[in-house]
Design a protein around this ligand. Structure first.
Ligand SMILES: [Zn+2]
Length: 300
């Protein structure tokens, strides 16, 4: 409002009508407009928060299947009984897990006693792994009538998380290259270093091997491509196998093996039978009649 050029008496002014006078009509119009603007701001704010939440979710180091399941759960895209009924399928609506209430995403989140027990066992409020496990268990129970207690399911979730973290560490080994150097040998042994590259999309790997004598002089080197390699750990153990086979073929009988795959080196040094996916290759390596003096991690 522009200021008057000469002094005037103050008066009450209603800014939402051109006349400056209040009317019920202009008051109603003002209220409706304000509510609309607030809801617009609110919706925009929620949309920004949601976008940020799911951006964070996709960037987390979780298995893709867990992230996708959680995304479906959060968007109510799962075929819960409530959703199936909404699409006119003739189904029982009762929650299979707690036998109390209509099975829906809202029920799982707020009212399901089984879900509450699961989160209590895990000492969590809400997260992706339990939601994923809950839905898998729900499907097993509905389709195969397999029952499990909330405590057992919580133990399964914890074991799965531990296993995934272990594999993830193996697939992204931490290398300390600051002080990396080749340590010369004493005596007539040879040292064989191995490493592997892994192409996850084509499931291929390549082994790189170099054998050196006690003075560090290269005696032999080799690269070997492999098909059907399922993960980085398998790539490393195949490289290790090629390394020991090459040293044996060349007639070296006293060998020190060195690689950066801690898990593979640990398995070679272990007296316990390895029953993992790579167990057969570990056994192959251990059966080669070459005296492996030492299997060491070269992260030093
Ligand atoms: Zn329930």
């Amino acid at each position: 409002m522009p200021l008057p050029s000469s002094p005037q008496l103050d008066y009450v002014y209603w800014r939402y009508d051109r006349s400056g006078y209040y009317s019920v009509r202009s008051g109603y119009k003002y209220l409706i407009q304000t509510m609309y603007e607030h809801s617009e701001d609110h919706n925009q704010h929620n949309a920004d928060k949601e976008r940020s939440f799911f951006c964070n979710l996709w960037s987390l180091s979780l298995p893709l299947k867990v992230k996708i399941m959680f995304w479906k759960f959060a968007h109510n895209f799962l075929p819960t009984f409530a959703n199936l009924s909404y699409r006119r399928l003739n189904v029982e609506l009762e929650c299979t897990l707690c036998r109390s209430g209509v099975e829906s995403v809202e029920h799982f989140m707020c009212y399901c006693s089984f879900t509450n027990q699961l989160f209590t066992e895990l000492d969590l409020r809400f997260s992706a792994y339990p939601v994923w496990a809950l839905w898998i268990y729900r499907n097993n129970k509905v389709h195969e009538n397999k029952s499990q207690s909330a405590k057992d399911l919580a133990l399964y979730v914890l074991a799965f998380v531990q296993e995934y973290d272990g594999i993830h560490k193996v697939s992204s080994p931490q290398r300390n290259t600051d002080n990396a150097c080749w340590i010369p040998l004493i005596g007539d042994s040879v040292k064989v270093n191995f490493d592997a590259s892994f192409n996850s999309s084509e499931k291929r790997s390549t082994s790189g091997i170099i054998i050196r004598d006690s003075s560090g002089l290269p005696m032999a080197a080799s690269t070997v491509p492999h098909l059907f390699t399922i993960d980085p750990e398998m790539a490393e153990v195949k490289a290790c196998e090629q390394a020991i086979l090459l040293t044996h073929d060349l007639g070296f009988r006293k060998v020190i093996i060195e690689g950066d795959a801690l898990n593979v080196i640990s398995k070679l040094n272990s007296l316990v039978e390895d029953r993992s996916d790579i167990g057969a290759i570990v056994k192959n390596i251990q059966d080669v009649p070459t005296y492996v003096e030492e299997a060491v991690e070269d992260d030093r």
